[in-house]
Design a binder for this molecule. Structure first.
Ligand code: PNW
Length: 477
């Protein structure tokens, strides 16, 4: 069991979750600043205004990465730091751009490969207000392409680009359940605006086209001079197992669940059309690709970015699904018919460790999409009750050490035994940070951040567990 000799590993973060400094150097507001200000949207009433203060601690963060032995670091750019109002005719904020260019220089100087995510959910609020943000099929892809071109030009040394992080979350959590910014939903007790039956599918479609435009821009005008630069999208999805393995309808629902989560985006990118199962259930609520859009989207991944955390048992539902269903007419469960539990509880209601699922899903994706080059761009866990423990207990995070050990070993098996072409792994997350609607109560970091004492960082046991693990698995040549 092993990983290839050129395998990169390290940690991942996202701008709104760690940077803070919300008003520094001319940054404009994002939809998350606006969303957090609405009472009741964030569990602890917090926001990313200060977070881990990473905007002001780039040296400290790079020193931390170096001390843990990381060879790669995935972070995202705050679009509204670079173009405060967001649009293609709006002014560029040079200070914001310079900040990221310098950060990349400093990472490379430290021997760490940067992986830049262009969009990790923090859309400039100006674009949401101006034309409805992700819902605007004409304007949004053009503004995204312009933003992408601005950063490709300013940061030529970065060789690994991710256009969008988890478009499923932006679309479903942002426009169906309303749990995430901008909080649209049909539930009028929670939002004055939104149509859960249509908007998520429109947002997802426009993200795909915007991704395609940015990739075309990169390939036409930047990749040729980049000495091996590459670009792709990051998709999230869970592993699935039938609630009743004897029931063909449950077995079929397992694939359908992955299709509604992952293939929604990956099928258009690899095949040029939406999955049959989604067309069947959603009909004309799923937008139709124009030939021009197909040309942009089909074939637009240099690599597949995979975010993965958990697994579920799947039970099919009978009868027609409600119009706002986004799962594919099925239930996701933690117990199967025989009473087996998928995995132990964590602090996140949706997350239960089940490492075999990682290997199985790596295999499923590889088979469906022709064994693409793949980076695991996020994988990690929260820990039940961690926030309420004393610091000396928190840093002994054996549960997280075991999670990484089990998952990384499952990935190494997929690599050496199942033909999966995985070339990198970024653990979520380098440090505890703003966990979106859950605020700061849920911690995913391998480093504890003491929000009460000047955001001081304390590496946990898991932080130091990855280097020996990867050293033992990566082939030496
Ligand atoms: C990912 N779900 O989000 C994000 O990319 C990170 O920013 C986030 O901090 C991390 O996972 C941990 O949550 C997800 O409800 C959020 O299934 C929610 C879900 C999945 C992923």
């Amino acid at each position: 069991m092993s990983l290839p000799s050129d395998f990169l590993w390290g940690f991942a973060t996202a701008s709104y979750q760690i940077e803070g400094a919300a008003e520094a150097d001319g940054r404009g507001p994002s939809i998350w600043d606006t969303f957090c200000a609405i009472p009741g949207k964030i569990a602890d009433g917090s926001s990313g205004a200060v977070a881990c203060d990473s905007y002001n601690r780039t040296k400290e963060d790079i020193d931390l990465l170096k001390s843990l032995g990381a060879t790669a670091y995935r972070f995202s750019l705050s679009w509204s730091r670079i173009i405060p109002l967001g649009g293609r005719n709006d002014p560029i904020n040079q200070k914001g751009l310079d900040h990221y260019a310098k950060f990349v220089d400093d990472l490379l100087e430290a021997g760490i490969e940067p992986f830049i995510t262009l969009f990790h959910w923090d859309l400039p609020d100006g674009l949401d207000k101006r034309y409805g943000g992700l819902l605007n099929r004409e304007e949004f892809p053009l503004d995204f392409e312009n933003y992408a071109r601005v950063v490709f030009k300013a940061i030529p040394k970065c060789k690994h680009w991710i256009t969008f992080n988890e478009p499923w979350c932006s679309s479903i959590l942002g426009y169906n359940t309303g749990f995430f910014a901008p909080g649209h939903t049909s539930d009028r007790s929670r939002s004055a605006v939104g149509d859960s039956t249509r908007e998520p599918w429109i947002a997802g479609h426009n993200i795909l086209v915007a991704h395609g435009r940015a990739v075309k821009a990169y390939r036409d005008d930047f990749k040729p001079q980049s000495d091996g630069g590459e670009i792709g999208i990051t998709l999230n999805g869970d592993a699935t197992y039938p609630w009743d393995p004897e029931d063909p309808a449950d077995v079929e629902a397992c694939d359908r669940k992955i299709e509604f989560a992952i293939s929604w985006f990956a099928d258009p990118i690899y095949f040029g059309h939406y999955p049959e199962s989604m067309l069947k259930q959603l009909g004309d609520r799923l937008p139709t690709f124009t030939p021009e859009e197909v040309a942009l989207v089909k074939g637009s991944n240099d690599f597949y970015g995979m975010n993965h955390y958990t697994a579920n048992y799947i039970k099919h539902k009978t009868g027609p699904p409600p119009e706002d269903d986004f799962l594919g007419n099925l239930e996701t469960l933690f117990y199967n018919k025989a009473g087996d539990c998928i995995g132990p509880e964590t602090q996140s209601f949706w997350l239960r460790p089940h490492a075999q699922g990682f290997r199985d899903l790596l295999g499923w994706l590889s088979k469906r999409y022709g064994y693409p080059k793949l980076y695991v761009t996020e994988n990690g866990t929260s820990l039940k009750g961690e926030n309420d423990m004393p610091l000396d207990k928190i840093v002994e995070d054996d549960f997280r050490v075991k999670y990484f050990n089990d998952y990384v070993n499952a990935m190494a098996k997929a690599s050496s035994e199942d033909g999966v072409n995985v070339k990198g792994y970024l653990a979520w997350s380098l440090m505890d940070n703003f966990e979106w609607a859950e605020g700061y109560e849920t911690r995913f970091g391998v480093t504890y951040v003491d929000y009460e004492h000047d955001q001081k960082r304390h590496p946990k046991k898991s932080a130091k567990s990855l280097k020996p693990l990867f050293d033992s698995l990566i082939k030496k040549d």
